[in-house]
Design a protein around this ligand. Structure first.
Ligand SMILES: Cc1cc2nc3c(=O)[nH]c(=O)nc-3n(C[C@H](O)[C@H](O)[C@H](O)COP(=O)(O)O)c2cc1C
Length: 302
């Protein structure tokens, strides 16, 4: 039997497979496909202080190499989350991680404070990296000073596991990771989507209403992997790796580069049970390779 348990700071995961925010709804929508409590955890879609309609349509597009989206943090706000969604999430027997987003430091602090009161939310992932909102979002995650300030403000009000999700749209991701580590983050997750665009050659118009959006899926995997490796060398807190993970081989690469856990995003749109396939593939890989404990793989690149 392979031991698949990992710790992300104080957060214990039964296995290192998580779902990426915005790609797995609130989790319970997937209950008809498989028992989602088998996963190490679920990172639910973004929650902001206020209700948000998101960007206008079209806000998703397929490209030959990956998916473009500009959903723009659509959600019904923290009050609705607490009253209507949280009671359903409480019934799921795995870690539920809330993705906290906002346009200002104050609004992120407000959401984090509310999340701190919810026993079954075992961690928050502070999103300082959304490329699809006009204010805040990625702007926080592209400057070491802003990422430090927002992380330390949230740290003051949030006592449980604080994960900060980094933007890949930067020159030096290791510097941003160091700034959030010094501001009190317990771990980092990387990467969010890459700023990108697509044009309809018949109409000559951009495909997304917002012109630019975030690219995810297989195209971004080698870049995300490089960033996880760079960050692993720069910081001491654990890393959650993501970006284009489609199967268990992809996941193993992220562990070897230094990730302690991984998230699966775009792949959920192709196969709703992909996380379970990845979990099974990971067990099989470990058995074949004589790996008794998944933690042996973390940072194990030779
Ligand atoms: C439709 C869609 C919605 C997303 N919404 C969020 C979000 O609300 N918060 C967030 O932090 N990331 C969001 N993301 C980014 C993903 O969580 C993930 O970082 C990104 O897709 C890269 O992983 P992947 O290549 O496995 O999809 C979204 C991605 C997609 C495709």
């Amino acid at each position: 039997m392979v031991n698949l348990e990992v710790n992300i700071g104080k957060l214990q995961l039964k296995n290192p497979i998580l779902t990426a925010s915005g790609t797995f709804g609130y989790g319970y929508e997937f209950e008809d496909f498989f028992d989602i409590s088998q996963l190490g955890g679920i990172i639910v879609k973004a929650t902001t202080a206020e209700h948000r309609e998101g960007n206008s349509y079209p806000r998703m597009a397929e490209t030959s190499h990956g998916m473009l989206n500009a959903v723009g943090l659509q959600n019904k706000g923290i009050n609705y989350f607490v009253e209507n969604i949280y009671p359903k999430l409480k019934k799921i027997n795995t870690n539920i991680i809330a993705n906290v987003s906002g346009s200002t430091i104050e609004s992120c602090v407000e959401v984090a404070e509310r999340m701190n009161e919810l026993d079954h939310i075992t961690a928050i992932e502070l999103n300082i990296s959304c490329p699809n909102v006009k204010e805040g979002g990625m702007a926080f995650g592209t400057s070491t000073c802003d990422s430090y300030n927002i992380t330390s403000a949230v740290r003051k009000v949030y006592q449980k596991q604080l994960i900060v999700k980094l933007s890949p749209n930067v020159t030096n991701i290791a510097e941003i990771a160091k700034s959030v580590e010094s501001a009190g983050a317990d771990s980092v997750s990387l990467v969010n989507t890459f700023l990108a665009m697509a044009i309809d050659i018949k109409t000559r118009k951009p495909i997304l209403s917002t012109i630019t959006g975030g690219l995810s899926g297989p195209a971004i995997k080698p870049i995300a992997l490089r960033m996880v490796w760079q960050v692993y060398k720069a910081i001491k807190i654990p890393i959650i790796g993501l970006g284009g993970i489609m199967n268990s081989d992809d996941a193993v690469e992220f562990f070897l580069a230094g990730a302690s856990a991984i998230q699966v995003g775009t792949a959920n749109f192709i196969n709703p049970s992909v996380t379970i396939d990845i979990l099974n593939g990971l067990k099989e890989y470990c058995e074949k390779q004589g790996v008794n404990d998944i933690r042996e793989l973390i940072g194990g690149m030779k």
